[in-house]
Ligand binder design. Sequence first.
Ligand SMILES: Nc1ncnc2c1ncn2[C@@H]1O[C@H](COP(=O)(O)OP(=O)(O)O)[C@@H](O)[C@H]1O
Ligand SMILES: [Mg+2]
Length: 261
Amino acid sequence: MTTKGSILSTVGLSKHFSGVKALDKLDITVGEGQIHGLIGPNGAGKSTFFNVISGLLPPSEGEVYFNSVNTTNLPAHTIARMGLGRTFQAARMMADTVLENVMAGMYYYCETDPIRSFILQPRVFRTQEREIRQKAMEALDFLGMKDSAHRWADDLVWVERQLVQIARALVLDPKLLLLDEPTSGMGIMETEEMKGVIRHVRDSGVTVILVSHDVSLVVDVCDWVTVINFGEKISEGNPRQIQNDPKVMEAYLGEEECVES
Ligand SMILES: Nc1ncnc2c1ncn2[C@@H]1O[C@H](COP(=O)(O)OP(=O)(O)O)[C@@H](O)[C@H]1O
Ligand SMILES: [Mg+2]
């Protein structure tokens, strides 16, 4: 059950942690080919939404439809293979090269166990590895990071780490890419670079859901925005409508008051 032209929809989606309603009966529809912003103050439920739709956490109630398939309660690796890629707010890197870090995105979801096939079918393993390496190089090239392929991942600056995470997700040819706070901790120049990358991904045919705390980023790059607070949808519309919605201002103002107190 996906509305025509949509790639993802949730129906009455809830997630409770003990007494906390992290998601509360959320109906969200994401249009195919768009950059869909999901914003809300700290603790609003944004990361939980990503964790539930990508299969990392089971919902307490409700349903998720991805690409016309009911994916509620399917395991994360199955949903990923169906074309849902994601990044995490904390961009953790393996102590290896950039290229190996990107290739890891593919190994994780390989049909075969790489260690097993290395021992039992070395030729198949080598062919598979060559293909994965090529795919990873293509993803790095797409993001303008080909020249960094053999650098040590630990040496990367924050924006480069986010790009490696995106490349790692792109090797699986996702239809939908979830970006969780891709500009957190970045300066103006890096944020501008990331905006270009997000548009570039969307223009290549991948739908993007962008979670961000940064309202100006979302207003700048998103086609459509959903605003949540305390797990509930409080507003929805194009960036201009969101900017002028008193409920949105109130939610963010409340947050500022909390921070100051
Ligand atoms: N694994 C968890 N266990 C218990 N509570 C959680 C867990 N994950 C998130 N929460 C709570 O759910 C609410 C939403 O959190 P989160 O989705 O991380 O918000 P956001 O990403 O919008 O900042 C918060 O109150 C948070 O403390
Ligand atoms: Mg979060």
